[in-house]
Design a protein. Structure first.
Ligand SMILES: Nc1nc2c(c(=O)[nH]1)N[C@H]1C(S)=C(S)[C@@H](COP(=O)(O)O)O[C@H]1N2
Ligand SMILES: [Mo]
Length: 327
């Protein structure tokens, strides 16, 4: 066993004795909410229709052509894919890697609708054949103050949206994750208090921003299920929870969509969720982060940057907004 993987294997155990704020929050609420949630459990999510199958993705040209270089060490693959948040599969950081393989991702279809001229569906095959894939190395910063540096593979969300032609009334984008109870043990849990499916949203200009990536791979491979296979959003200047996984529905809307974390705790998790070291979370500072792999003995603390270091590209979208108010 290499030094890295030994350190890594011990990580989840060490971490569960620390604070993991999002799940701590969920678990605290569980005590109050279990009865109500048990009563509110709904029927199984829709099953997915039949279409084409996608196999043998080849990302070599995407990787060869990357215009984005790290300037920082990449987080080891093992760290990025064994320390995850994907509450559909449980609240422990190790649950997604352990249980997400139960999710069927092939075939997969994505419904695109709302305020668009050409509503329709995309199959994974259309996505991989129809868009030029690129590798982008981005910092990723969870609101819980851990972070990583990952080489993603994907294409700008703007390219996808353009095909469906948002109308002039379109102001926001809403995303939904697959909700399939039979394959997602976390959604069947009595203590699950998220109103499934997991939902996220962006303002239209944020969605159209060239840094906003629809992602199908990482480290030159297809996304493993725990990372949000087969298609997830990566918005590198926002906190991790905006980066919704395993997307099955995208709608253009004229109102700011409801998002899962706002629904749970609006005073703690805002719609914008731009990384901001100066605006503390109500229960902890956001000034520093633990860069994975991180442990008690080697916490690997680094300073958090405004907009996660992407301010030059994105700050203009928030001119005149009080970012303590629009957190
Ligand atoms: N569907 C879904 N998407 C999700 C989540 C989730 O629980 N369900 N967790 C979010 C949170 S809180 C974070 S920090 C990131 C984690 O991404 P990673 O596991 O690839 O690091 O996914 C986000 N996307
Ligand atoms: Mo997160």
């Amino acid at each position: 066993m290499s030094r890295i993987s030994r350190t890594w294997r011990s990580y989840p155990r060490i971490d569960s004795s620390e604070i993991t704020p999002e799940s701590v929050w969920l678990n605290r609420r569980n005590l109050m909410k279990t009865a109500a949630v048990a009563a509110g459990i709904t029927a199984a999510g829709e099953t997915v229709a039949q279409p084409k199958v996608l196999k043998d993705l080849n990302f070599s040209s995407a990787v060869a052509n990357t215009p984005f270089k790290a300037g920082e060490d990449l987080t080891p693959y093992e760290a990025a894919t064994t320390y995850n948040n994907f509450y559909e599969f449980g609240t422990d950081k190790s649950d997604p890697a352990r249980y997400a393989d139960a999710m069927t991702t092939d075939p997969w279809e994505i419904k695109v609708g709302g305020l668009v001229n050409k509503p329709g569906k995309l199959y994974l095959e259309d996505i991989v054949n129809g868009f030029d894939l690129e590798e982008r190395i981005y910092r990723f910063r969870c609101v819980e103050a851990w972070s990583m540096v990952v080489p993603w593979i994907g294409f700008p969300l703007s390219k996808l949206l353009e095909r469906f032609e948002p109308t002039s009334e379109g102001k926001f984008i809403e995303f939904k994750t697959l909700y399939r109870r039979s394959e997602m043990r976390g959604t069947r849990s009595f203590t699950s208090i998220i109103d499934w499916p997991y939902r996220e949203g962006l303002r239209l200009d944020e969605a159209m921003h060239p840094l906003t990536l629809m992602t199908v791979g990482l480290y030159g491979k297809t996304l493993p299920n725990q990372s949000g296979a087969p298609l997830r959003l990566i918005v590198p200047w926002k906190y991790g929870f905006k980066n919704i996984k395993s997307i099955v529905e995208i709608n253009v809307t004229d109102r700011q969509p409801k998002t899962s974390w706002q629904d749970l705790a609006p005073q703690e998790y805002g719609f914008y969720a731009n990384v901001n070291p100066e605006v503390s979370h109500p229960r902890w500072s956001q000034a520093y982060e633990r860069r994975l792999p991180s442990s008690l003995f080697n916490p690997n603390r680094v300073k958090t940057q405004m907009f996660n270091g992407y301010g030059e590209q994105v700050a203009g979208m928030y001119k005149g907004m009080d970012l303590a108010n629009y957190y």
